[in-house]
Design a protein around this ligand. Sequence first.
Ligand SMILES: *[C@@H]1O[C@H](CO)[C@@H](O)[C@H](O)[C@H]1NC(C)=O
Ligand SMILES: *[C@@H]1O[C@H](CO)[C@@H](O)[C@H](O)[C@H]1NC(C)=O
Ligand SMILES: *[C@@H]1O[C@H](CO)[C@@H](O)[C@H](O)[C@H]1NC(C)=O
Ligand SMILES: *[C@@H]1O[C@H](CO)[C@@H](O)[C@H](O)[C@H]1NC(C)=O
Ligand SMILES: CC(=O)N[C@H]1CO[C@H](CO)[C@@H](O)[C@@H]1O
Length: 711
Amino acid sequence: MESGRAGLLWAIGVFLVLIGGGGAAAAGRVTYDGRSLIIDGQRKLLFSGSIHYPRSTPQMWPSLIAKAKAGGIDVIQTYVFWNLHEPKPGQYDFRGRNDLVKFIKQVQYQGLYVCLRIGPFIEAEWNYGGLPVWLRDVPGIVYRTDNEPFKFYMRNFTTKIVNLMKSEGLYASQGGPIILSQIENEYGNVEGAFPQGGAAYVRWAAKMAVGLQTGVPWIMCKQPDAPDPVINTCNGMRCGETFSGPNSPDKPKMWTENWSSFFQVFGGEPYIRSAEDIAFHVALFVAKNGSYINYYMYHGGTNFGRSASSYFITGYYDQAPLDEYGLVRQPKYGHLKELHAAIKSCMKPLLMGKHTLLSLGPLQQAYVFGDATSGCVAFLVNNNAANVATVTFRNKAYRLRPKSIAILQNCRTVIFETAKANVPKNTRVTTMVKRFDAAETWTTVTETVPGFSDTSFRANSLLEHTNLTKDTTDYLWYTIGFNPKSPCVKPVLHIESLGHVVHAFVNNARKGSGHGSRDIKVVKMDVPIQLTRGQNNISILSAMVGLPDSGAFLEKRTFGLRKVQMICSGVIKYDFSGSKWGYQVGLVGEKVGIYDRTNVMNVKPLKWSPKGVVLKNRPLTWYQRWFETPKGDDPLVLNVGTMGKGEVWVNGQSIGRYWVSFLTRAGRPSQSMYHIPRGFLKDSGNLLVVFEEEGGDPLGISLSRVSVNWS
Ligand SMILES: *[C@@H]1O[C@H](CO)[C@@H](O)[C@H](O)[C@H]1NC(C)=O
Ligand SMILES: *[C@@H]1O[C@H](CO)[C@@H](O)[C@H](O)[C@H]1NC(C)=O
Ligand SMILES: *[C@@H]1O[C@H](CO)[C@@H](O)[C@H](O)[C@H]1NC(C)=O
Ligand SMILES: *[C@@H]1O[C@H](CO)[C@@H](O)[C@H](O)[C@H]1NC(C)=O
Ligand SMILES: CC(=O)N[C@H]1CO[C@H](CO)[C@@H](O)[C@@H]1O
């Protein structure tokens, strides 16, 4: 947004501040004006990259951060994951992958800055948007509005994190690397759902955050009404085109989520965003005075365990400049690295020079920064996506590729073209190191299907799924005994569920399965069955694939079975929805910690088969074997392409949910390779445990190493 006042402030700023490149270990006072952040008196144009600490391992952090630094990144941006850190009210966990302080210190050690997005609601395709599930049970709570219980816990956790950072001296104001903190997250998307409390909540959140006195600025993304002094920032694919700008002339123009790709759900294909397209929008944002650009994600990583939110696959933003395993993805990584270097070589005119905009044609412009003392840089933009444009700028002709920006050093020499990646493409190669096809290396055990008489918890209705599981497991059994009073011809079980997966068993045999998707929330199925004389046992396994991460009123979302009916001769004859149901939370294998190295051999009442007895294509089956660690440091993946749906553990650590049977429109699984971080492995003897829900062939599982080849 332009205003005379902005120009004036900006001009004064020029005399007061110096310029600095990115990356400086010990930061100092962080302020800002309409042009940029100012750190220790130095004006900054910063490239930032999102890397989420729990989506990789502490062993991977140093190399991920080093690669980001080598790629021209100045700031590492991360969310803080509330539900990891506070699994029970007042009980905190900062160990292993949750070691936020260690992660930030590693960033500091490598001389980069940190943008800490506390949220504590974060969305992020993370289970429940980062909110702890126990919040659901707080009486009277309504999330993310002017609600006292929510504000209490939000303030409590935010304070905990800020105090932790302060006690470790991690804010720039203390000489640490954190230059920015974020409160809330994309609240603008849901604010309309709270006509009563929304605006008051935004004001409260800003005031609460600012009151914590971090000594560094706070930001709110996608929040046009962010109260002063909190800076509103843009998230999106094309902020150079879509962002209406900061809500005050004294705030810099910042882009906190530049989607380097997009997330992927089960049943979805990967979203490929080209290096050239990203470079165009980054250059345009800088040309339009942007001074902070973050790549979401720079490294996506892995949703280990059950940390992904509803229907999201386990790999996260594999298409980012650093792929899921931390390998450099070319040309994306290299092209953006060259863009960063080009822009940094023109930092002085960019940050200190006068800004002018010239028209060069109907769809062509020049954004020029400079003056007699600072030099000159120009961004020549061709917005015509179909055709090359030849433009004349300062008496020289330039050929601009379709939809491209050329950056001119000294306003003369082309040093970068967004549409021309000079870096060769590389390809990722997976090399199989071990087939797990020897039956004698596996043992098997199948879960018993619980019947009504096996359950101790009962109710005269279909209970809500999460209310019973508290999200300690994906699984909830609904069981009922049924004694047909009169013959039922062509019996069909009609089931409706709000999520996400249903497996129907009648008299111990699986008769049908169904599932929803990110777009189809209600699962409806009609399962033909056979009934026997006397008592029939109907057991329905309801499975969740992560809690949702977005939208208003998350505390009120309901899941699990809503309706169960018996249809005889095409007519609804029995409605069990209000009958007496028996419940079992979770699987027996989960209860006994079957995937754990210390008790895998003693998992009573389950009993492993003798080695070599592999029951294939069986639902609800656990498989176990040991394997040696392949030499070297190449990333490792497990190919579970012959399985259906389930979860895998290595030495007791879950490498995530798999769902190979959920095919994309093109008929492929969304993901069949699952990352086993080297940090999960022992020097020798690793325990692999697989839980298969539907039926699969473990003899087709294999272990591969991953590397990149230059073409
Ligand atoms: C958070 O709440 C707990 C009580 O649940 C209290 O003991 C603790 O002091 C609070 N912490 C902060 C930082 O407010
Ligand atoms: C960039 O900043 C200059 C100086 O404040 C201003 O004149 C110009 O309009 C701004 N351009 C954009 C696109 O915001
Ligand atoms: C969940 O359980 C609570 C407490 O038992 C109850 O008040 C609430 O209605 C239940 N929610 C649903 C959706 O069944
Ligand atoms: C159903 O379960 C009951 C109790 O375990 C058992 O006695 C009965 O045989 C089962 N019915 C069938 C058809 O398997
Ligand atoms: C509108 C939209 O899709 N926003 C997404 C932006 O990216 C963050 C992080 O991936 C997501 O949480 C949002 O859903």
